[in-house]
Write a protein that binds this ligand. Structure first.
Ligand code: PEP
Ligand code: MN
Length: 301
């Protein structure tokens, strides 16, 4: 693997655990379950999501405010107003939030309000953005590019570490193929390979891979079965009316059912689906060689 010296597993670092909020981590025994809509649409929508999900089923809430839409005429996201909605639910529901940052200019705003920064597929090789998030004191979830090789994916993560930020989570979200029955192909082989090659936490996003809600739960279960450290799922109080990615959105009840169905699978592979009370710190519970959150020396934007 080229020169992936910082992200590759080593004698001294077999598995990085990243703290994402007071009681939330990823990379240890506890699985990370992220849920929420594709797009932040209103305060009411996010309130419903947080009220229903943050008391147990999920450890982190997602919602895009800067949206990478295929068409320039589609809704582009609420921007800073959406960030304020996320900041508000984070504060009142005590739940960490993740949202996408698409450009260096947006970075200070997103850093101010989110607990984790998402780099979307379309920006996986936006090297200036990778360098910029490398200088930030917030964990970064890097999504695999639509047709990026595993090596390109790993090297994109290497950029972020090389610029000073050790807290990177890899997210497999499906790759392009000849077949368009599913939106993309969830590459579980990549999940297995990345877990073997790197010490970084690896999560799966079956929603963008499947593109159809009826495929999401089984793919989520398969992801956990093959060793993913967590999943990110799109869900919405009124899925059919989602402003974006409606076809793949689960209802909030489907999300709860999905998380419950993960428990026996998690147990079979030695993992835990956190409950509200046990939401944490397996940080000490494991013979994992190195624990984070490392000091980020680089300046904090
Ligand atoms: C998303 O998570 O909302 C998203 C746009 O995903 P991706 O970058 O994987 O398409
Ligand atoms: Mn989406």
């Amino acid at each position: 693997m080229l020169e992936a010296k910082l992200v590759a597993k080593s004698e001294s670092n077999q598995q990085t655990i990243i703290q994402l909020g007071e009681n939330v981590s990823v990379g240890g025994k506890n699985l990370l379950i992220i849920g929420g809509p594709c797009t932040v649409e209103s305060a009411e929508q996010m309130e419903q999501v947080a009220t229903t999900l943050s008391q147990g089923p999920v450890q982190m809430i997602r919602g895009g405010v800067y949206k990478p839409r295929t068409s320039p005429y589609s809704f582009q996201g609420m921007g800073v107003d959406g960030l304020k909605i996320l900041a508000d639910i984070r504060e009142r529901h005590h739940v960490p939030v993740v949202t996408e940052v698409m450009s260096v200019e947006q970075l200070p705003h997103v850093v101010e309000h989110a607990d984790m920064l998402q780099i979307g597929s379309r920006n996986m090789q936006n090297f200036e953005l990778l360098k910029a998030v490398g200088k930030v004191n917030k964990p970064v979830m890097l999504k695999r590019g639509l047709s990026a090789t595993i090596e390109e994916f790993v090297m994109a993560a290497e950029y972020i570490l090389a610029h000073g930020n050790p807290n990177v989570i890899l997210c497999e979200r499906g790759i392009r193929s000849f077949d368009n029955y599913t939106r993309n192909v969830l590459d579980l082989g990549a999940v297995v390979a990345l877990k073997q090659i790197t010490h970084l936490p690896v999560i799966a996003d079956p929603s963008h891979a499947a593109g159809k809600r009826e495929l999401v739960a089984d793919l989520a279960r398969a992801s956990i079965a093959c060793g993913a450290d967590g999943i990110m799922i799109e869900c919405h109080p009124d899925p059919e009316r989602s402003v974006s990615d409606a076809r793949q959105a689960l209802s909030l009840q489907d999300m709860i059912d999905l998380v419950n169905s993960l428990r026996p699978i998690a147990q079979a592979v030695g993992r835990i689906v956190p409950t509200h009370n046990s939401k944490i710190a397996d940080l000490n519970a494991h013979a994992l060689k190195r624990v984070i959150q490392k000091e980020v020396k680089a300046s904090c934007i």
